[in-house]
Design a protein around this ligand. Structure first.
Ligand code: GLN
Length: 614
């Protein structure tokens, strides 16, 4: 097993996760089996209890693990399937050590950070690295470990110490360190001094400063780890003299200083690294058993990046949510939209709308805000209502759904979005609401928001899982069986009998009321294996009105967009009917092609798979 530890210096939030995933991508494109571990030095056991305001989206894995959104990067880049133990937190390590202590496993010894916590970290990593993450069940050969935060943080000290010991345990040829640092750019004009790092407008005239990198490398060395590659984040390419300076002061060869400047698309990062010889360095440093040269397989990434740079037509999707000020809260949703937009050859524009702004109360208090929100909604090509918790903004979401339904606008409701689509239909088509708006009791609703409703169309249907917090959530991969041969979504999935998708919810459509909806054209085309839980809704006589109880965004991939999202984008771009009429095929103009003309049979196969699937 080869271990690549990725640490960060200077500041966090500069793309360490993307760089680590990209390193994994290059290795994978050489035919190696790659896995990833993300270490979060916070004390929470997992991300399940985080507020999306605080920490961004909670990513859900097949096994029901609620983990840091960075695991999504690894799954998307490497097209792998991780488990909850691939996200290691301080909480989990301490919990395992304390459990052992309670069991008496330490035979009365004093339990300490060194060696007990540090040993537990090393054991965890060694054990987890061997768990297969591919469909074929093959044991990984390389494990990329990303350590969250920056070197020097109090929280990450036990982890750094664990890896300091680990490098000797596993031997030099099996362990290396990539340190991601920041090179800010400063320029003087007259009396002004301006600082520019990681801007969207690269500035080539400023001076690139190496001191923060020098300091963070010194700090890392002081803790006993020496970087093998220093990856420098900067807004424009590093000048040769700057590279040389970093090499000299940080005690590495200039070839070990890698420039990761701002690029137009994350798909370019693997190529950017590969162009600077990262693969050949790692190959030699870790004596990797390489079978295939990476170039060919990376063409796909290049093609995606080129394609996204060339897009001319726009498609806009209104994202009607609650945490719209924080795009991190919807990372996987946005990625899924991007994957699908790229597949239909359109440039994606996401129109964030805070659903509370669509409500009557906003019209009274802040009419401008209200009208602007409606204007944004009405000018979008499609509407997406994502998952969520809590009553705030749910009425506004129902207004948006009502508008999409009546105006024949493409609509996708995910989890809460689907539940609210059912509530909206009950109120406005079945008439289950108080006509005089005197009391909300007779308005159809979810019991999550109105436990007293006389029309509880969405009810609590817990799945009893052992555990404490969140123990009644239905979490992780569950099967949905398609009940109808005419379902549009089923066709988009390739006509399959069933799909396995990831869930994270507690409430569900009340199955007893099903026939009322179906009589009026809202069909429940997908159900769970027992036929008790309603998983997919589709509205008849509408261009695309689909709701799914699961979260398809978690399994969307750049080259395998998630079908419910793909359908939304096809419909929003006016291509859905054509696609369905052609037996679920894109027009040749929209399909990916390997222009290099030198693809291997293996690549041709994956190309074909892509075309036939979607
Ligand atoms: N709050 C809803 C439930 O618990 C929806 C959850 C979600 O959208 N992830 O069922």
């Amino acid at each position: 097993m080869k271990y690549i530890l990725v640490t960060g210096g200077v500041i966090s939030g500069i793309g360490k996760g993307i760089i680590a995933s990209s390193v994994g991508t290059i290795l994978k494109s050489c035919g190696l089996h790659v896995t990833a571990i993300k270490i979060d030095p916070y004390i929470n056991i997992d991300a399940g209890t985080f507020s999306p305001y605080e920490h961004g989206e909670v990513f859900v894995l097949d096994d029901g693990g609620e983990v840091d959104l960075d695991l999504g990067n690894y799954e998307r880049f490497l097209d792998i399937c991780l488990t909850k133990d691939n996200n290691l937190t301080t909480g989990k390590i301490y919990q395992s050590v304390i459990n052992k202590e309670r069991r008496g496993d330490y035979l009365g010894k004093t339990v300490q950070v060194v060696p007990h916590i540090t040993d537990a970290i090393q054991e965890w990593v060694m054990k987890q690295a061997r768990i297969s993450v591919d469909d074929d069940g093959v044991e990984p050969q390389v494990c990329v470990i990303e350590l969250g935060g920056t070197v020097g943080d109090i929280e990450s000290m036990p982890f750094i110490e664990a890896f300091r010991q680990f490098q000797f345990k596993v031997k030099r040829e099996n362990f290396c360190n990539i340190h991601v640092s920041l090179v800010p750019q400063v320029w003087h004009s007259g009396e002004h001094v301006a600082l520019n790092f990681l801007s969207s407008e690269p500035n080539t005239t400023g001076e690139q400063k190496t001191k923060p990198t020098q300091n963070s490398v010194r700090e890392l060395r002081g803790l006993g780890l020496s970087p093998d590659l220093i990856m420098c984040r900067c807004s424009s390419p590093l000048e040769t003299s700057v590279k040389e300076k970093i090499s000299m002061f940080c005690h590495v060869e200039p070839t070990q200083v890698i420039c990761v400047h701002d690029v137009s698309s994350v798909y370019r990062v693997p190529l950017l690294l590969e162009d600077q010889g990262v693969m050949s360095y790692l190959c030699q440093r870790l004596s990797l058993p390489i079978e295939v040269r990476p170039r060919k397989m990376l063409t796909k990434w290049k093609e995606m990046a080129d394609r996204s740079a060339r897009l001319l037509e726009h498609v806009s999707i209104a994202l009607v949510g609650k945490y719209t000020k924080l795009s991190d809260s919807y990372t996987s949703v946005i990625k899924a939209l991007e994957h699908s937009a790229l597949a239909v050859n359109h440039k994606l524009e996401v129109k964030y709308i805070d659903s509370a702004d669509l409500e009557a109360a906003t019209l009274q208090d802040e009419p401008v805000k209200y009208h602007e929100a409606w204007q944004r909604l009405c000018s979008a090509h499609g509407v997406l209502v994502p998952g969520g918790f809590g009553v705030r903004g749910t009425e506004g979401k129902m207004h948006a759904i009502n508008w999409a339904r009546k105006q024949n606008k493409p609509f996708l409701g995910v989890c809460l979005g689907m539940q609210l689509a059912v509530c909206e239909f009950a109120r406005n088509v079945l008439g289950w609401e108080d006509q005089f708006h005197l009391s909300s009791f007779s308005d159809a609703n979810s019991t999550e928001f109105n436990p007293e409703s006389t029309h509880p169309v969405v009810i609590d249907m817990p799945e009893h899982n052992p555990g404490e917090m969140g123990g009644t959530m239905r979490l992780g991969k569950r099967r949905t069986i398609f009940k109808s041969g005419t379902s549009v979504l089923r066709k988009l999935y390739g006509g399959v009998e069933y799909v396995d998708e990831r869930h994270r919810h507690r409430f569900e459509v009340n199955p007893e009321l099903k026939h009322h909806f179906e009589k009026k054209g809202l069909r429940f085309v997908g159900q769970d294996v027992e036929g008790e839980r309603m998983e997919v809704i589709e509205l008849e006589d509408h261009c695309y009105f689909v709701g799914v109880q699961y979260h398809p965004e978690f399994t969307s991939r750049p080259i395998k967009p998630s079908p419910p999202y793909f359908g939304l984008l096809l419909a929003a771009a006016g291509k859905l009917q054509g696609y369905l009429n052609k037996g679920c095929r894109l027009s040749p103009r929209d399909t990916y092609s390997d222009r290099s003309g030198s693809s291997s049979p293996e690549e041709d196969m994956s190309e074909l798979k892509f075309l036939s699937l979607y």
